[in-house]
Write a protein that binds this ligand. Structure first.
Ligand code: SF4
Length: 399
């Protein structure tokens, strides 16, 4: 991801599904205007989903997913359905590509059932219009990836449908709704060895951007500069937002009358799982010797979070509980479907996951009755500062 790119978690995900040889990958290429997926005359050459970020006007940044052929002979029956379901867990809009010459076959209907079962908005597109010999059906939508016919209209339809699917998300804000117009927020950003060189991490960038988008003001400091800043300000700031790792230190500096929260708590609220996470963190107090805990990260390449998930959090959990815990980790798109053996799941801030995917993970845990929380809330709970950190963002919580 480039520095100025929209994070993948903020992009609406549009999945292209269909049979091998329906021309799905060629159509994806025609839509994105680039050689994205492996395309060949041989059937089934796309074996893993391929992700590509693009701008889809007038909608904006999206993530296109080219999925493996649904009739791929390597993945039969249940496995094929399972793999498709996993991709659907992060799909906001599905495009079903059908060979116009063959029409809808049973696998296409299976896919439609899967879309409907997951309540995903979908669009059926008949490709290879240029090769058709029969008369077109009146209500069907035809395109040709080869000649480009209908591709522009397809993009417009996708944008209109995706806009509808994503309207709810666009109406949510990370923090600005908690701040009065022209309010001043102080952002505490540790710059230590775990911070990426030359930039600040995504949740911090996103909070800063949301504050500026909302015409509020922000001052960024390191934790070592916070006291000095507060001394110099003529009045209290309206909110202090800190990295979870230095919460304790920051809470000791910020007067109790000043609202204080963390980036990861704001991110949990934005992703719609704050209530679950607050309830889930109480499980930490009930952990017993031999309990298994899953620590899950949404990406694989962000060193700044690796350190928390694999080193610091396990250490703090063991210290806090005094129990002999079995701690396992997962990262990126890997996430166990069966969580029954875990006593607790602790997820990262999930800035790289779209809301649908995080909701699916939360849903898996809730269905199995496994408490589900996140880094920031677990840390705040163990440090005894949870109540304060959610006071302003979850005012009716009895945490
Ligand atoms: S580990 Fe989670 S919070 Fe950290 S950068 Fe990756 S997705 Fe974002």
């Amino acid at each position: 991801m480039g520095l100025n790119d929209t994070p993948s978690g903020e992009r609406l995900h549009i999945g292209f599904f269909g049979q091998r040889n329906a021309g799905k990958s060629s159509l994806v290429n025609a839509v994105t205007g680039q050689e994205l997926a492996v395309v060949s005359d041989r059937k089934g050459t796309t074996t893993d989903p391929v992700y590509k970020a693009m701008e889809l006007l007038p909608l904006g940044p999206v993530m296109i997913i080219d999925t493996p052929g649904y009739d791929d002979s390597g993945d039969l029956g249940e496995l094929r359905v399972k793999k498709t379901r996993e991709i659907l867990d992060r799909t906001d809009l599905a495009v079903l590509v059908v060979d116009a010459g063959r029409g809808l076959v049973s696998e296409d209907r299976e896919l439609v059932d899967l879309f409907q079962g997951k309540k995903i908005t979908y669009l059926i597109v008949f490709n290879k219009e240029d090769l058709m010999t029969q008369a077109p059906q009146a209500d069907a939508f035809y395109v040709s990836a080869l000649t480009g016919r209908g591709v522009h209209e397809l993009k417009e339809r996708m944008a209109a449908l995706a806009l509808k699917a994503g309207r709810d998300r666009q109406e949510r804000s990370l923090v600005r709704d908690l701040l009065a117009p022209a309010a001043l927020a102080v952002l505490v950003i540790p710059i230590d060895s775990a911070a990426p060189r030359g930039r600040i991490i995504l949740p911090q960038q996103q909070v800063l951007r949301d504050i500026l988008d909302g015409d509020r003001m922000a001052v960024c400091v390191k934790e070592s500069q916070l006291q000095d800043l507060l001394d110099r300000l003529p009045a209290d700031p309206d909110m202090v937002i800190t990295d979870s790792q230095v919460f304790e230190q920051v809470a000791a500096i910020v007067p109790d009358r000043v609202p204080l929260t963390s980036f990861s708590i704001l991110m949990a609220r934005y992703k719609g799982f704050l209530e679950t996470a607050v309830a889930g963190c109480r499980q930490i107090d009930r952990l017993r010797d031999g309990d298994r805990i899953l620590i899950s990260e949404g990406c694989t390449h962000h060193r700044q979070c690796d350190d928390i998930g694999t080193v610091k959090l396990p250490r703090w959990l063991r210290q806090y509980t005094g129990k002999d815990l079995i701690i396992e980790t997962s990262s990126g798109r890997e996430f166990p479907r069966d969580l029954t053996s875990y006593a607790l799941v602790i997820h990262c801030g999930a800035c790289m996951l779209n809301p649908r995917e995080l909701k699916t993970r939360e849903g898996l845990a809730v269905k199995e009755g496994v408490p589900f929380t996140n880094y920031g809330i677990a840390i705040a709970h163990m440090k005894g500062i949870l109540e304060r950190s959610i006071r302003e963002v979850l005012p009716f919580s009895e945490a």
